[in-house]
Design a protein. Structure first.
Length: 291
């Protein structure tokens, strides 16, 4: 076996080790340090005696990361209750997979809420599909306890995600309400205040045909000033609504929606307004009128 073999195998695994370390630590520089420490430990070992080198490297980098998390943590790890180890993990596989896919860069702040062993167990299992037997050896617990650590981490991540989404929806609703309020009152400055300078109003073909007939809108509009002038003193009949769970608005006639207003909000400003009047598209929207 060539003396260069361990180095070549390590380089082949480097990107995956970097991904594991970054998800666990949330810091690119610390992830680099963890991967480097993993290489140093490999260089001091006899690679010929390692049956599964990729698995060995994953275990080592995870242990290094766990030590780093523990050294910097601001909270104590919560011990598993004695009876908690006997509770089966009843997570739904489909929702578990969806949750794992969401653990990207945006979730790093949420992961900071987890105790070190929870974070390691959750990330290794749900994101990188490491078995609980392997995780148990990393965190120094039984496989059942490792399963519970991952389950507890999953619940906390899911709860934080739901809290964050509810908060985002509330903020977006405030902005949409402010838009309609300013529109009805004809307050041009208030409209400009909630519109992004590069905002776009996009009517679908049906909405555009309706607008042309009434003389209200004859084309797609670009820029906050054009949209503010178009909506100033308008939208009297528009009602605040959730469109597929997102804040928007709807015009109803005889108890059925005629036009839906879909809003895209970025950095606290309305960036895009889509007018949907096509009957088929409207029928596919889940519309909930808000008070």
């Amino acid at each position: 076996m060539s003396d260069e073999w361990p180095a070549k195998r390590f380089e082949a695994d480097r990107s995956r080790l970097q991904a594991v370390a970054y998800r666990l630590l949330g810091s690119a520089s610390e992830a680099d340090d963890a991967v480097q420490e993993t290489w140093l430990r490999l260089s001091r070992s006899d690679a010929r005696e390692i049956d599964n080198l990729s698995g060995w490297l994953t275990t080592v980098v995870a242990r290094v990361c766990l030590d780093m998390l523990r050294s910097r943590r601001s909270r104590r790890e919560e011990p598993l209750a004695a009876d908690e180890e006997s509770i089966p993990d009843a997570a739904d596989p489909e929702s578990e997979a969806m949750l794992a896919e969401s653990v990207g860069l945006a979730m790093l702040a949420v992961l900071e809420r987890l105790a070190p062993a929870e974070r390691v167990a959750f990330v290794l299992h749900d994101v990188f599909d490491v078995s609980f037997d392997e995780i148990a050896s990393i965190v120094g617990r039984s496989p059942v306890a490792a399963r519970q650590l991952a389950s507890r981490g999953r619940r906390r991540v899911r709860g934080a995600s739901e809290e964050g989404r509810a908060s985002d929806v509330a903020r977006q609703r405030d902005i949409v309400e402010a838009f309609f309020r300013a529109s009805r009152s004809g307050d041009l400055q208030a409209l400009l205040a909630v519109l992004d300078p590069d905002a776009v109003l996009r009517p679908d073909e049906t909405a555009l045909a309706m607008g042309v007939r009434t003389g209200w809108i004859t084309s797609e509009l670009h820029g906050s000033e054009a949209i503010a002038r178009q909506f100033s003193g308008q939208a009297e009949g528009a009602q605040l609504a959730l469109l597929d769970g997102q804040p928007g608005g709807v015009w109803n006639a005889n108890g059925r929606p005629i036009v839906a207003f879909g809003f895209t909000i970025q950095n606290g400003k309305v960036l895009d307004i889509e007018l949907v009047a096509d009957a088929e598209r409207l029928s596919r929207l889940r519309i909930e009128i808000l008070g």
